[in-house]
Design a protein. Sequence first.
Length: 126
Amino acid sequence: MFMKLFLTALVIAGAVIAIRIRKRPPARRALAAGRSADQLSGSTLPRMMAYATVFIMLAGSGIYFYFQWKDAYQVVSVRIIDTRSGREVVYQAYKGDVDGRSFQTTDGRIVTLAEVERLELGGRMP
């Protein structure tokens, strides 16, 4: 809990410092950094690193969401077992459509389990 508060405080402090630096006139920023006003255009390395960081974060997020989507659309076998009679029924459903005590099959039927039924999620189907 402390780390979350500390990280939030660091982000807020960084934002305040960034806003204060951006409000300075360009000549004053150059003098504070020990450069003249015409040398300001030489600071492309930090900008390129920031763009690269954003690109890596977006690419990582895209890859993560792709694998989540791919996993959710895997066809799995769902076995329903009636605990009183021992009767078993097997359905096929997308893994992302199985939610708690109900699911939707690949052919569009919605199945809701009774309290006496047990759901077993099988492996991926070919």
